[in-house]
Write a protein that binds this ligand. Structure first.
Ligand SMILES: *Cc1c(COP(=O)(O)O)cnc(C)c1O
Length: 395
């Protein structure tokens, strides 16, 4: 059996989006900046996509900028607001400890340029507290950046309350909505954000394309200099086939959202209940305030990396949700932020279901994961110490 349970990393391109990609590549090959008819046809298609994406987000077409994806959108929003703030003498940025690296590493860069970066903590359930945000946001704040939904543990943040707070304080608000768009309702006016980042490959669109919502009047500077595409805010000929495919994928995701999320909620509950039977484990993140397809666990006494390898042998594509790459033994910053100690954070597993996930696949995971956890524990010296009472259980 093959089970793809890593939809937070990327999703499969939808058939409709793929067909739209090919059709556009074949038929609308003009450069949208050209003045002749082929160019103008491309320009029309481009502006039609802008309007359709804006409509879904509750924005105006001119508030949508096409980019290469979530990382670029996050970078551009944060750098634009920070630079504009600095011009007014504002050098403080408030964000959270659980942001994606596209945000955290951009903030690191700004820190080196002299910005003060405050990362709000989260509770053990993985959600930012409004009181903490309220305490930090002040007249020196150039930007607040809080993600809509977390990519590792799926928790949904109180962005509307934070948006209201920012509005009251007159501080620009950016939200990384990459995990949310196409999966849960997202409306920029309801959130009250000035910037919102999205990425097509997280909702069955192509990779390498995304968008940034910038509220009319909010500062925007470009990351890429060159031609005057995208109102001079992002040089480079637009990837029209990818933009069309993204638009089709988003419309499809939104049309199916209610039905898909209802079904995923059921599968999520089933999988969580199935895995919770494993001794000494814990669900990461809030039980209900999370994305419908996200399941994240920590298992005591095992290494997440070995777990992934064994699951892969059984046909299950999963993720540890940790930034643990070869050579680096740092556990996930998100799991540390919710209070998991290093050893426990290393034994993590993220299963992210998608609209193609079947109940049969969920049942297969409920069978395989406990088997693999037991196998690994039987080989683990840490587990032996726990069982012999030489160490005490944390979970
Ligand atoms: C995937 C992801 C990104 C990065 O998006 P890319 O399009 O892959 O650059 C940023 N933020 C979050 C929360 C993500 O899940």
């Amino acid at each position: 059996m093959f089970v793809y349970a890593d939809n937070a990393a990327t999703t499969k391109l939808s058939k409709k989006a793929c067909a739209a990609y090919i059709k556009t590549a074949e038929e609308v090959f003009g450069n949208p900046s050209s003045l002749h008819s082929a160019g103008q046809r491309a320009k029309e298609v481009l502006e039609d996509c802008r309007m359709r994406i804006a409509k879904i987000l509750g924005a105006e077409a001119r508030e949508i900028l096409f980019t290469s994806g979530g990382s670029e959108s996050d970078n551009q929003a944060i750098l634009s607001a920070a630079r504009a703030g600095a011009k007014k003498g504002k050098r403080k940025i408030v964000s959270t400890a659980i942001e994606h690296h596209a945000v955290l590493h951009t903030l690191e860069k700004l820190k080196k340029e002299g910005f003060e970066v405050v990362l709000l903590p989260v509770g053990t359930e993985g959600i930012v507290r409004i009181e903490d945000a309220a305490r930090e946001i002040d007249e020196n704040t150039a930007l607040v950046s809080v993600m809509l939904a977390n990519n590792e543990i799926g928790t949904i943040q109180p962005v509307e309350e934070i948006g209201a707070l920012c509005k009251k304080m007159g501080v620009p608000f950016h939200t990384d909505a990459v995990q949310a768009v196409g999966h849960i309702p997202v409306d920029v006016r309801t959130i009250g954000c000035d910037y919102l980042a999205l990425s097509a490959h997280k909702f069955h669109g192509p990779k390498g394309v995304g968008a940034l919502f910038i509220k009319r009047g909010a500062p925007l500077s470009s990351l890429i200099e060159g031609g005057a595409q995208e109102r001079g805010k992002r040089a480079g000929t637009e990837d029209l086939p990818a933009i069309v495919a993204m638009t089709v994928a988003l419309e499809e995701a939104v049309a199916e959202m209610d039905a898909v999320s209802l079904r995923l909620r059921g599968l999520q509950r089933e999988l969580i209940e199935g895995l919770e039977k494993i001794p000494h484990c814990a669900l990461n993140g809030d039980r209900t305030r999370r994305l419908p397809g996200n399941i994240s666990f920590c298992f005591e006494g095992i290494e997440g990396e070995s777990l992934l390898l064994l699951l892969d042998e059984m046909g299950i594509c999963a993720s540890s949700g940790s930034a643990c790459t070869s050579g680096s033994l740092d556990p996930s910053h998100v799991l540390l932020a919710i209070g998991r100690v290093h050893d426990v954070a290393h034994g993590s597993l993220r299963l992210t279901l998608g609209r193609e996930t079947t109940e049969e696949e969920v049942l297969y995971m409920i069978k395989c994961v406990p088997e693999v956890v037991e196998r690994l524990r039987n080989m683990s010296p840490v587990w032996r110490d726990l069982q012999e009472g030489k160490r005490s259980y944390i979970l």
